[in-house]
Design a binder for this molecule. Structure first.
Ligand code: NAP
Length: 525
């Protein structure tokens, strides 16, 4: 079966045999995708004209209601999504839930939040600015929804959440979307779009999906489009430098690689709640989605006196995890999504092993449950230990996109800060400490390189939302190698889909232009 693409308000099949999507456990071919022969320029024109007009005819509140209806449709089809996640991504039920339920939760959050913007159609920012000696000539800043398309080029690891965490704020802003999912796992994204199209919720052209190669998509971008990319730093650089993107100053948002840290404070000693909470979270981060999360813990910074005990505790828990075909009852950790990803993970692991020794895993003698290692894409969960963290290069640089993390002992807080910063920009750091002095020194010292810092102590306990869990009402994004982008953060995300402008004129004109405007301060409320 070849999956159809939804463009110009109709389903269109790409030409040729297409590219096969496979089961990462059995290697079986599942479906095919192709974007060959499609007119992507016409697709973007239709989305801008039809989808854009249809969405902008509504108020923010009306579009928020659409998001609620999309969430209902996705909820009704949840079982089908879990089945596709199992077959195409090798996801356990918990892994599929992380992606699918995360998508539905995000849509519901925006449906609720968007109501606050009521009957408005644009945003008014700040107070009137006096420009003359009398009041006759003033200025008002506005934010207006973009007249272009929100183009999402997405990564393979979140085919559900990756679409809807971007689409929710874009659609709420009144901007039509076109998603190009990563080829290896495009099926789930395509199926979700199909269900939403079939339900007739959105105006024609408001949602579009193209599966397979992006081909000439970026040749057709316009100055009022926005490209939101999630994936590797290499592809991000190519997209940023695309001639049409450069020539038209197209707005780009990038979420890329990240070598995130978990940091234990000096008080997180064995027997303390902070130590136990760190162990639990590190194991969870190593195993959920088989470590295929941009936010996953890759580096574990611990006081030198505590690091060996920490490594032992994490290794002990990993030893109890069954890895194999997620169709087997006992399995807790599935495969990577493809043989290509497995090969990339092995390559990265080999680099890390030049600087770090294996505490647990490593792959030698590893046999997955109910799977043929020759066909399947498994990587054994692996914990490494690097004594010379400050001198090391690869552990701060190589993101093994799988179940692999490295313990790095540190001497004092200055070393911990220096090592965290060696990630050169990360999405998240989690800190396990109740020491006010340690936190007061550490958090501000890493803040400019980390989009999110999660601090856990005994009073927070198990009520924290998770190191790797992206909450829709909190910022997601990081500086430097993490891409420099910003997503989510509640209604703040709408800013990317609006353009700021200022009108200078008479108070009467500014009153008239403000009639449909709501206060932009609500974005940060
Ligand atoms: P990738 O190879 O860079 O691919 C990402 C997307 O870009 C895919 O849809 C891919 O399409 C497309 N693409 C590739 N070349 C392109 C080009 N020249 N023009 C336009 N599009 C192009 O990354 P990946 O391997 O799928 O994803 C893994 C990476 O994503 C990891 O490094 C991870 O850290 C990062 N990630 C980051 C976040 C975050 O929020 N920061 C979230 C998830 C993942 P094809 O699949 O068709 O090649």
């Amino acid at each position: 079966m070849k999956l159809a693409n939804y463009l110009e308000g109709r389903w269109q099949e790409g030409e040729g045999a297409g590219i096969a999507l496979t089961d990462p456990v059995t290697g079986e071919e599942l479906v095919r995708v192709s974007s060959d022969g499609l007119d992507l320029g016409a697709a973007l024109d239709f989305a801008r004209a039809s989808g854009g007009a249809g969405l902008k005819a509504m108020t923010y509140e009306a579009r928020a209601a659409l998001l609620g209806r999309i969430a209902e449709v996705l909820t009704a089809n949840r079982d089908a999504y879990f089945d596709i996640s199992l077959r195409n991504s090798g996801s356990t039920a918990a892994d599929a839930g992380f992606d699918v339920d995360g998508a539905i939760f995000t849509l519901k959050t925006y449906a609720r939040a968007g109501k606050v913007l009521g009957g408005g159609r644009l945003l008014k920012e700040g107070a009137r600015v006096a420009l003359a000696k009398t009041e006759v000539f003033q200025a008002q800043h506005f934010l207006t929804p973009l007249s272009g398309v929100a183009i999402f080029i997405n990564a393979f690891n979140f085919p559900a959440w990756g679409l809807w965490e971007k689409a929710a704020p874009a659609l709420l802003a009144g901007v039509p979307v076109l998603v190009k999912p990563a080829t290896p796992t495009a099926w789930l994204t395509q199926r979700m779009v199909q269900d939403v199209v079939d339900a007739g919720i959105l105006p024609p052209g408001a949602i579009n999906v193209v599966c397979g190669s992006a081909r000439d998509l970026l040749d057709h971008v316009g100055e009022c489009d926005v490209v939101s990319f999630t994936g590797s730093a290499d592809t991000a650089a190519r997209i940023r430098m695309h001639p049409a993107v450069v020539a038209k100053s197209v707005r780009i948002n990038v979420e890329a690689d990240s070598v995130n840290s978990a940091i234990l404070g000096p008080d997180a000693v064995p027997g303390s709640p902070e130590f136990d909470l760190a162990v639990k979270e590190i194991v969870r981060e190593l195993t959920i989605k088989t470590g295929q999360k941009c936010t996953a813990i890759r580096r574990i910074l611990a006081p030198a006196a505590v690091a060996p005990a920490l490594a032992e505790a994490v290794a002990g828990k990993l030893a109890g995890m069954t890895v194999g075909d997620p169709r087997s009852e006992a399995v807790r950790v599935g495969p990577l999504v493809s043989k290509a990803q497995q090969a990339a993970a092995f390559e990265g692991l080999a680099k890390l092993r030049e600087e770090a020794r294996v505490v647990f895993g490593g792959g030698e003698g590893f046999v997955p449950v109910d799977a043929d290692p020759a066909l399947a894409a498994f990587v054994q969960p692996t914990l490494l230990y690097c004594d010379q963290g400050l001198m090391a290069k690869y552990v701060h640089d190589v993101e093994v996109f799988g179940p692999v993390a490295t313990v790095l002992p540190y001497g004092d807080i200055a070393d911990a800060i220096a090592m965290a910063r060696r990630g050169c920009g990360s999405l998240v750091a989690s800190v396990y400490s109740a020491s006010a002095a340690f936190l007061a020194a550490l958090v501000p010292a890493i803040a400019d390189l980390h989009g999110r810092v999660m601090v856990v102590d005994g009073t927070v306990g198990n009520q924290h939302t998770g190191h790797g869990n992206v909450m829709p009402n909190c910022l997601h994004g990081g500086a430097g190698r993490a891409g420099g982008g910003e997503e989510l953060g509640g209604l703040r995300a709408l800013a990317m889909y609006h353009r700021r402008y200022v009108v200078q004129g008479s108070p009467a004109l500014l009153d008239a232009l403000s009639a449909d405007a709501v206060d932009a301060a609500l974005l940060g409320a």
